[in-house]
Design a protein around this ligand. Structure first.
Ligand code: ZN
Length: 432
């Protein structure tokens, strides 16, 4: 059962090479379970106990089940995670010739990937394309996944970079551009990238106006280790928590509170977008739910006062080769359960109230729980937790499943923690 769930996670991530595909994979799961899609432009007519979702700009999804109680008295039970992952985004006019023989694509870095892990791996291209639509104000949107090994970022030989193993500063405009192949007369006219898109989408090149395209590792992730206890794949941060939250939403019972799973985009670049956490997307959405259920603005604020949220991102596990990088007394490990993240700086939203809530959820679920704080001489990351807590004014616990190699093209996690996290989230949604 645990291994089956791990393989399901690997499949979910493989089907989701970009945030657009993650949102679409989530949508497919929700459609299969009878969720109804809502649209921002419509008036919403929500019913007690019914299941709905809202997509935002193709890369965020908010899925929810209306509680059987009163939304004012019973509030919202929220889990939030992000669909995007660090990597490379293709620039406009991307083709660059070198030495009259090679063609590379011009890219820029999205978020903070570990650059060295992207070298010498066959890469695919995926994302979203905007096509000419019926009106200039309404382009037609198509997702695209060129699931072929079409690109590679080749390393330079060690003989020409003798210091590479002592540390090397990669130049993001020079060292990391992917090779797409050799100069070719026919492709020269049509455009190398454009030919790929035209072939994949079956449209005319004149109709392609623009795109949001990203590189991804072509090879699929796997379950591994001597006893198949590990999971090796890209984008565990944070598609794993998207997967776990959706699984919990689908696998939990109807309760009085309204259960919400927020899959939001652009965490890796600071969240300040229409579909990111540093917008009023979530607050506006929650207010609309209250209004659609017959409430007013005061009812919305009362509902918030009865709400609680889990901000689900990932947590650093103690590294077997560098155990000294961790705090001396808080040492989360792979396979030992979800991790509550705490920071005196407020870069995680957890306080003792939020922490106590999550600890009790885990206790009830019979799931072990660990704690993470940064070493005091190390500056850690942040999440959507603080923004959500500040915006909604509700307790938000920042937690994550333990991980090694965060932001590597291949992150490492454990089969057990996947099971534990889904179990804890399901319990959170089940508490009466
Ligand atoms: Zn993350």
């Amino acid at each position: 059962m645990e291994k089956k769930l791990a393989n399901e996670l690997v499949d979910f991530i493989y089907a989701s090479p970009t945030q657009y595909h993650a949102a679409s994979t989530v949508k497919e799961m929700l459609d299969r379970e009878g969720f109804t899609e809502l649209f921002e432009k419509d008036s919403w007519n929500l019913k007690s106990g019914e299941k709905y979702y809202l997509k935002k700009n193709d890369s965020a999804v908010i899925a929810f089940e209306v509680g059987t109680g009163s939304v004012i008295e019973d509030g919202f039970r929220l889990i939030g995670a992000h669909t995007d992952a660090p990597g490379f985004r293709i620039k406009p006019n991307a083709e660059m010739k070198v030495e009259d023989q090679y063609v590379r694509l011009n890219t820029e870095v999205y978020g903070g990937p570990i650059l060295s892990t992207w070298f010498d791996r066959p890469l695919g291209v995926a994302g979203r394309v905007a096509l000419r639509g019926e009106s200039p104000l309404k382009p037609e949107i198509k997702l695209v996944n060129i699931n072929k090994p079409v690109l590679i970022i080749p390393n330079i030989a060690i003989h020409m970079n003798r210091s590479v193993n002592e540390g090397y500063a990669f130049n993001k405009q020079k060292d990391t551009l992917p090779l797409v192949g050799f100069v070719n007369e026919e492709l020269e006219k049509k455009g190398y990238l454009m030919s790929l898109l035209v072939e994949e989408l079956g449209v005319n090149s004149e109709d392609i106006l623009d795109f949001d395209l990203f590189l991804y590792e072509y090879n699929k992730g796997c379950v591994m280790g001597i006893n198949e206890e590990l999971i090796s794949t890209g984008r565990l941060d944070d598609q794993w928590m998207v997967f776990a939250g959706i699984k919990a939403l689908l696998g939990s019972e109807k309760i009085k509170a309204t259960k919400v799973m927020v899959c939001i985009d652009n965490e890796e670049i600071g969240s300040l977008t229409a579909q990111g956490a540093n917008s009023n997307l979530l607050r506006r959405f929650l207010e609309r739910v209250v209004i659609a259920l017959g409430g007013n603005t005061e009812d919305f604020f009362r509902a918030l006062a009865n709400s609680v949220m889990i901000s689900a991102d990932l947590a650093h596990a103690v590294h077997p080769n560098l155990p000294e990088k961790h705090d001396p007394t808080n040492r989360p490990k792979l396979g030992m359960g979800p991790v509550i993240k705490i920071a005196a700086s407020g870069s995680y939203s957890t306080d003792s109230v939020a922490s106590a809530i999550f600890m009790e959820v885990c206790n009830k679920a019979e799931v072990p729980v660990q704690k993470f704080v940064n070493r005091s001489d190390v500056k850690g990351g942040t999440t959507i937790g603080p923004m959500s807590a500040a915006d909604l004014g509700i307790p938000v616990v920042d937690m994550g499943a333990p991980l090694l190699g965060m932001h590597s093209v291949r992150e490492l996690a454990s089969v057990k923690d996947n099971f534990y996290t889904v179990k804890a989230f399901t319990e959170f949604y089940n508490i009466k």
